[in-house]
Design a binder for this molecule. Structure first.
Ligand SMILES: *Cc1c(COP(=O)(O)O)cnc(C)c1O
Length: 367
């Protein structure tokens, strides 16, 4: 089993024989899109029940071989994280709260009966990759290097029990604006036929399975001319939970802000957590509680609700302008981004990019 001593990993380094030529990379970084381009390297670490974490390698990014009976392909033991490396004005690279990702990764691992990865090993893997592929961090405002750590069950076994072998990998992808349109506000569809997570389920774990389950309702949202789907709670189909991959905040005319409480069916976003802190610093009252679809519609109509925004690492802070469901449509504020949404987006991205003082120790400079 993994011992305390094994928290240290001596990563083997393998040089890339043919990294992308610099002029070609420069072209890619001008319009990186989201999730379509990848850097030259990756990190991998293996786990087995007899050896614990071993065989850490940073080397050329390459396809991985899997046995057709690999447990992940059958029973979906898979978890992931998402965080970004930013280029600061002084030329250094910086991460935003990577320890929070390391910790959440292990929360997800426990829920999916997977081995925990020592937080220091998770952080070291990320540092190594960002150092190696430092030249892949785009410099344009709004762009960054998106890091995707993930773990899956690689054991070849069709019986149903936690696997005895896993792989942990980190890949990186230069990222521009998440929403292709760069839309100032997104429109969302309230799913009444599907839910994302039920009490006792895996809603608070960052696992691929949650996303698989959200694809049909997301496709339904697109079909109906919306950008994103919002889910209601599974028990009463009444309370607003979150989008497929972003948390929500509701802003009222009296300076109150509400975000759905972490009841186990909502993913505890690091952006969400950071914004609660930043909003309180603005002197606003932030409540974590329940908010019904019915109340949302009423408050938007009377003007009591002035803004709604969604947040997450990929799309940062995005205004919600329009909401539709089976029983009609309503607009929030003017339908565009409100003042507080814009302000919080600027605050948060300012901190992340090294333009605004970081008084919370959130930013980790890598040099
Ligand atoms: C990752 C994720 C979020 C946002 O989390 P951040 O840590 O802010 O990136 C929100 N909802 C779901 C379902 C997620 O998977």
């Amino acid at each position: 089993m993994a011992s305390e001593a094994a928290a240290q990993m001596n990563f083997q380094t393998m040089e890339h024989p043919a990294p992308m030529p610099i002029d070609q990379r420069t072209q890619v970084l001008l319009t990186p899109g989201f999730g379509t381009q990848f850097t030259d390297h990756m990190v991998s670490i293996e786990w087995s029940d007899t050896r614990g974490w071993h065989n850490g390698v940073i080397g050329p990014r390459h396809p991985i071989q899997l046995d057709p009976a690999a447990a992940v392909l059958h029973y979906a033991q898979e978890i992931f994280e998402g965080l970004k490396a930013y280029r600061h004005p002084d030329g250094t690279a910086a991460l935003f709260r990577p320890e929070a990702n390391a910790k959440r990764f292990n929360d997800s691992a426990r829920r999916m009966a997977m081995p925990e990865l020592p937080e220091e090993m998770f952080l070291e893997a990320i540092r190594l990759l960002v150092e190696k592929d430092n030249g892949w961090i785009p410099e344009e405002e709004g762009s960054s290097l998106y890091l995707r750590p993930f773990m899956f069950a690689s054991e070849a076994f069709l019986g149903v029990r936690p696997a005895k072998r896993y792989k942990f990998l980190v890949i990186a992808s230069p990222a521009g604006n998440y929403f292709k349109s760069g839309a100032p506000a997104v429109s969302i569809w309230v799913s009444s036929d599907y839910t994302r997570a039920a009490p006792g389920g895996t809603g608070a774990a960052k696992c691929g399975g949650n996303y698989a389950a959200s694809l049909v309702p997301q496709a339904e949202a697109i079909e109906r001319g919306h950008d994103q789907v919002v889910f209601l709670d599974a028990a009463e189909r009444k309370w607003i939970e979150e989008l497929g991959g972003m948390n929500l905040f509701f802003v009222f005319d009296d300076g109150r802000v509400l975000t759905p409480a972490l009841t186990g069916t909502i993913l505890p976003g690091i952006t969400r957590n950071s914004l609660i802190t930043l909003l309180r610093e603005e002197g606003l009252t932030v409540e974590e509680g329940r908010y019904s679809l019915e109340q949302w519609r009423e408050d938007a109509t009377t003007g009591k609700l002035v803004e709604t925004f969604a947040c997450g690492t990929a799309a940062v802070v995005t205004a919600v302008g329009r909401v539709s469901g089976h029983d009609g449509e309503f607009t929030i504020g003017t339908g565009g981004p409100g003042q507080l949404t814009q302000k919080m987006k600027d605050r948060l991205t300012g901190i992340q990019r090294g333009l605004v003082a970081d008084s919370h120790g959130w930013v980790k400079k890598l040099g």
